[in-house]
Design a protein around this ligand. Structure first.
Ligand SMILES: NC(=O)c1ccc[n+]([C@@H]2O[C@H](COP(=O)([O-])OP(=O)(O)OC[C@H]3O[C@@H](n4cnc5c(N)ncnc54)[C@H](OP(=O)(O)O)[C@@H]3O)[C@@H](O)[C@H]2O)c1
Length: 374
């Protein structure tokens, strides 16, 4: 297998074309296909390009949404060579090749694929090579929806001292090969902000029971980028994200495997397939459910998001809003340089946008919560 080198990357040449297409790299993957459909529904005349290593796999989708296809391999020897009005990264970019080529060309850019260490890596590159156009790093859970909704609730309260998110992960849901890489990081300890202090915690630790819809579920810690960014953007003293699996025995089994150090032992290429088999669900399709609780000074707001079309669809909603932000299509001027979704000037708009995208959303904690957040 070819591994891209710094010499390959130095030959990448992308060009900004304000009249050109939005290029979706990974655009016919599980999440990418949902983003392509959503963009087409919201922007009927926007030219779209679906890019990946084997574009023939995207031909039915390209016909369905009226997009063109392009061969792009982020890990291959061929230089990246295309023009775009904007780029959206829907596949891991381990060498930051797409990020750097896009930002050096002044192309607005949105990314939903980075786990926390990779968000930090992107920020380091942006310090070395300052971007000339908007870079929306929307890798928080569900394409940045968790921090965006958290910001909307915090706006309602005049700030946030604690933001706690609980995710119910449906093991029947669809997840592409590239998504499983994220779940692969179950053995890596990470930092969270707890009561104003940075603390290192183990994945799958810190059990809580959180009520989702009809019943309480067991949820455990997972590393997500909003735990890095929300304390900085909103000044929250405690930010936590936890996950529970639809089948509670799976949550417990993962905790046991983690406790025995098995995820650590199974790291590395040799056990890749075994590891993935452990983490892969049935892939038939499921519901995405998550709950965000924000509190400040004895007041609290809680939002429950349910997407009957699953986590790929909900992530696509986040990705679509991130792209619209990068292009200034959300009613605000396009940002200059790097932003996170929760830095939106009007996060309350997200609640309406999500409903229009088919997401069920219930906000509790004050009758006029949504009106004042908007
Ligand atoms: N922020 C969030 O909350 C969130 C939630 C879900 C998913 N995600 C992220 O979204 C990404 C996509 O997930 P998915 O489930 O849609 O995965 P997927 O179905 O495997 O899709 C990956 C797509 O990228 C293409 N691709 C793979 N390797 C490539 C390369 N080297 N160069 C160019 N294109 C390449 C694939 O097509 P070819 O094989 O033809 O190249 C495919 O179209 C993952 O990184 C995942 O972590 C983020």
């Amino acid at each position: 297998m070819h591994s891209e080198t710094q010499e390959d990357i130095a030959r990448d040449t992308l060009r900004y074309d304000p009249e050109g297409a939005v290029v979706l790299v990974g655009g016919y993957g599980v999440v990418g296909a949902e983003v392509a459909r959503m963009l087409r529904a919201r922007h009927p005349s926007m030219p779209l390009v679906l890019a990946g290593r084997t574009p023939a796999r995207g031909s039915a989708l390209a016909t369905e949404v009226g997009a063109t296809l392009q061969a792009v391999d982020l890990s291959g020897p061929a230089p990246l060579d295309f023009s775009a009005r904007a780029v959206i990264a829907l596949v891991n970019d381990p060498m930051d090749r797409l990020l750097r080529a896009s930002t050096q060309a002044g192309i607005p850019y949105a990314d939903i694929t980075r786990w926390t260490a990779r968000v930090q890596q992107a920020l380091a590159w942006m310090a070395v090579e300052p971007p000339r156009a908007a870079v929306v790093l929307a890798s928080g859970w569900m394409g940045g929806l968790v921090p965006l909704v958290g910001a909307a609730l915090a706006r309602e309260l005049g700030g946030a001292s604690a933001i706690d998110t609980a995710i119910l992960y449906d093991l029947a849901d669809r997840a592409g090969e590239d998504s499983i890489e994220f779940m692969d990081r179950m053995h890596v300890a990470f930092e969270v902000m707890e009561d104003g202090q940075r603390q290192v915690v183990e994945p799958l630790s810190g059990v809580r029971r959180v009520r989702f819809e009809d019943r309480a579920r067991r949820v455990v810690r997972i590393d997500t980028p909003e735990q890095l960014t929300l304390p900085m953007v909103l000044g929250a003293r405690t930010v936590s994200t936890r996950i529970g699996f639809s089948d509670e025995s799976a949550t417990i089994a993962f905790q046991v495997l983690q406790g025995m150090g098995l995820f650590h032992l199974l790291r590395g290429e040799r056990f890749r397939n075994l590891r993935r088999a452990l983490l892969r669900g049935s892939g038939q399709g499921g519901r995405a459910v998550l709950r965000i609780d924000v509190s400040r000074g004895g007041e609290s707001r809680s939002a429950t998001l349910v997407d009957a079309r699953g986590q790929a669809h909900l992530t696509a909603a986040g990705a679509t809003l991130a792209l619209e932000r990068a292009l200034g299509l959300d009613g605000d001027a396009p940002p200059r340089g790097v932003v996170f979704p929760e830095q939106s000037a009007s996060p309350g708009r997200v609640l309406e946008a999500l409903r229009s995208l088919g997401v069920e959303l219930e906000v509790r904690g004050g009758a006029d919560a949504e009106r004042r957040a908007a």
